[in-house]
Design a protein around this ligand. Structure first.
Ligand code: VGL
Ligand code: ZN
Length: 202
């Protein structure tokens, strides 16, 4: 562990992705304890929040005739439609109550533009519009990111792939992640991450 070069990214540990939430990930709350424990080992801790306006285009409710988990074509490509989740300022968008937010030096909110989803904490789903996190990490002298949180096959995966694309080393800490696993999306994500040179660690 290098105190300067390493950062921990804790991805979307929010109520809506935990049991009882609008887009609950099985065992989502089980990442809280390991994520909290990991923070002690890092000088740079970054938290991310999925942060959508109420009429966000990734919501099935914004597409009459479509239901959650269907796919539609958006100008930037295929988009899975989700139940309304992580609406800005709502209880579902808040961090899990037991997540330790004290050590975080940076909180990145993503998915705030109405017309475009953002799984990655580095780029929106057009894969071109940056969130600013890449530049922030570079300015802090970070060259390797460790990722944990929710969900392995969506926001964690896209963030890890974009980290590689930006030239960071990336390590996904699987014991501190949980997946949505839609139609084999977890296996596909693990494959894609391995191929991109992401280190998959327990
Ligand atoms: C996520 C689906 C929709 C995630 C966010 O955090 O993995 N998944 N929005
Ligand atoms: Zn979302």
């Amino acid at each position: 562990m290098d105190p300067v070069a390493d950062a921990l990214l804790v991805v979307d540990v929010q109520n809506d992705f935990c049991p009882g939430g609008a887009l609950a990930v099985a065992g989502g709350d089980e990442v809280v304890a390991p994520a909290n424990a990991l923070m002690a080992r890092f000088a740079h801790v970054v938290l991310t929040q999925d942060w959508h306006p109420p009429d966000h285009r990734s919501f099935a409710s914004a597409h009459p005739g479509h239901r959650p988990f269907e796919t539609v074509a958006m100008p930037y490509g295929e988009q899975t439609l989700w139940p309304d989740h992580c609406v800005q300022g709502s209880p579902g968008a808040a961090f899990h109550a037991e997540l330790d937010t004290r050590r975080a030096s940076l909180i990145v909110r993503k998915g705030a533009r109405p017309a475009i989803d953002s799984y990655s904490t580095f780029f929106e789903n057009d894969r071109r519009t940056p969130t600013g996190l890449g530049g922030a990490l570079r300015e802090m002298g970070v060259s390797r990111v460790f990722l944990c949180g929710l969900a392995t096959d969506y926001c964690v995966q896209y963030s890890a792939l974009d980290a590689r694309r930006l030239g960071f080393e990336a390590v996904v800490l699987l014991d501190a992640c949980r997946a949505i696993d839609l139609d084999g999306s977890l296996a596909a994500a693990l494959d894609a991450m391995r191929q991109a040179g992401v280190v998959l660690a327990p």
